[in-house]
Design a protein around this ligand. Structure first.
Ligand code: XMP
Length: 515
């Protein structure tokens, strides 16, 4: 069966929720794609979606350069759902009225359903919806019917039945909207008539066959970090071409306690993957000596990684391909429109995209996937829980968690503290509910007293955050009991740390990592 037979196209007008819309559709087992709102109608015709969703966005339709969909898409006879700004853009194009209000409707709003026919089929009379808008529709577009309202918004949803066009002022894609997934499902299945054909199992089979065709008898190399993306990439390529894949695992000395051993054990012994292990800890540490600036640390680590990876890769003969764990968000974020004004805050170093000089062709089996789908595939391929659910870890590793200069003593300390945090969080059954929990070693010592002796030792910070995608994060409200245990376990059992602090900053304005 064709996995992507029916697809929904999401046009991005700059909303922070665009990817979430696309993910929700995939949850319904229908393939979804994201394109910038400037995409041409010709391209849309080639994609041949069964439905189109116009995302929200930060603009107001009356602004000078407000983005608008190509008018022609309104005549494609393809159902369209406009969300928030998308709804206002439709209203504008169909000559409805929009007013800029001084009071923004933001957050939860009780919404009353006026029409249960298709978009709101099976919904109760009243639901909680999530709103985030300044502009409000005051007059329906030509040929439109009202579908719902709130106290502040007379037209919270409408449809133009003749054209199969729908608009909703609220965000059905966010979890705060009750029945949000049901609304999206009504659009995808009832209105667009999609068939749920997107299945991870089919994806695996198709992808393995594709890699086999692509690689032929040539050799492929792949950087393995032990993270979920590179692990799943390696497993898929390995399933396709077996011994013709060589993975290179560079131990930079900045990994978590026991991580190098675990990764080798899993991939070499369990999956029998051709794995080249390079212990380059010394090289990295010597290059980092005396370096305190976070950006410089990141650059040095990135550069050193390429050098070592290339060096090792050269020793393998007949390599024509490089396997990379690029995900769909990386692909769409590299298109200029999607980049938007997001400033570069930290230069992220990933294994992906590095050895450009090597002139290798790329194999990127995860290019179409979101993180949760990669996890699903990993599970299907037998990847152990340890890797599947391991908290995200930055490319530059512990180097950005030891503030200031790095040395062996600090590395040994942070590994111990970090392992203790993981152990205690797991013991309390909190690990899977937390996005990341880890240790940060501060570049300062403080006075303490142990037994009858004065101590002068390092301060460690515990960082724990909840997040959906790492873009924003809340600090985790760990119970006092857990904090108490963390503090006493770390201080009593790590020689060299006599004080523990807990980080209560959210992102923004802080970031998750300290450097
Ligand atoms: P920040 O600190 O920017 O982190 O709030 C957001 C998420 O990204 C991870 N992170 C990185 N991941 N290479 C990576 O692969 C990096 O250089 C890097 N820096 C931060 C961080 O752990 C968090 O999950």
């Amino acid at each position: 069966m064709n996995n992507k037979k029916d697809l929904i196209l999401v046009l991005d007008f700059g909303s922070q929720y665009t990817q979430l819309i696309a993910r929700r559709i995939r949850e319904l087992r229908v393939y979804s794609l994201i394109e910038p709102c400037t995409v041409s109608t010709d391209k849309i015709k080639k994609i041949a979606p069964k439905g189109i969703i116009l995302s929200g966005g930060p603009n107001s339709v009356y602004e000078k350069n407000a983005p608008m969909p190509d008018r022609e898409i309104l005549n494609l006879n393809t159902p369209i759902l406009g969300i928030c700004y998308g709804m206002q853009a439709i209203t504008h194009l169909f000559k409805g009225g929009i007013k800029h209000t001084s009071t923004r409707e933001y957050g939860r709003a009780e919404m009353y359903i006026d029409n249960h026919h298709d978009l709101f089929f099976t919904l109760p009379e009243k639901i909680t919806s999530w709103m985030s808008h300044g502009d409000t529709i005051t007059r329906l577009p030509e040929g439109a019917k009202k579908l719902s309202h709130t106290q502040q918004t007379p037209y919270a949803a409408f449809s133009i039945p003749k054209k199969k066009i729908y608009g909703v002022q609220f965000h059905p894609e966010v979890a705060h909207t009750e029945y949000g997934l049901q609304i999206i499902s009504n659009f995808v299945f009832r209105i667009c008539g999609c068939f749920p054909s997107w299945q991870v199992k089919n994806f695996i089979q198709e992808t393995i066959a594709k890699i086999r065709r692509q690689a032929g008898k040539d050799r492929v190399i792949c950087g393995l970090s032990g993270g979920i993306d590179s692990s799943v990439t390696a497993l898929l390529i390995h399933k396709a071409i077996g011994k013709n894949l060589t993975c290179i695992f560079v131990n930079n000395g900045l990994l978590r306690k026991n991580e190098p051993r675990q990764v080798r054990k899993i991939f070499k012994e369990h999956f029998r993957i051709n794995l080249k292990y390079v212990n380059a800890a010394k090289d990295f540490l010597s290059k980092l000596k005396g370096i305190t600036d976070p950006e410089q640390k990141r650059k040095i680590i990135g550069y050193e990684f390429i050098r070592i990876f290339e060096n090792e890769a050269k020793k393998i003969k007949n390599v024509k391909f490089l396997g990379q764990g690029t995900l769909y968000p990386d692909v769409i974020e590299s298109v200029p429109f999607f980049d938007g004004p997001t400033a570069k805050i930290k230069s992220h170093h990933n294994v992906g995209g590095l050895p450009k000089k090597m002139k290798l062709k790329l194999i990127e089996p995860l290019r179409e996937l979101f993180k949760d789908e990669v996890r699903e595939i990993g599970k299907e391929l037998g990847l152990p829980e340890k890797i599947l659910y391991r908290h995200p870890f930055p490319g530059p590793g512990l180097a950005v968690r030891i503030l200031g200069e790095i040395d062996r003593e600090k590395l040994a300390l942070i590994k111990e503290v970090d392992a203790k945090i993981e152990k205690i969080i797991k013991k309390h059954g909190l690990y899977k509910n937390i996005w990341q929990a880890f240790a940060v070693l501060l570049p300062l010592k403080s006075v303490g007293v142990m037994g009858d002796k004065r101590t002068y030792e390092y301060v460690a910070a515990v960082r724990a955050v909840n997040s959906l995608d790492g873009m924003t994060a809340d600090w985790t409200k760990l119970p006092y009991k857990v904090l108490e245990e963390l503090s006493s376990e770390i201080i009593n059992k790590t020689q060299g740390v006599n004080r523990v602090v807990f980080d209560i900053s959210s992102k923004p304005p802080a970031t998750i990592e300290w450097e």
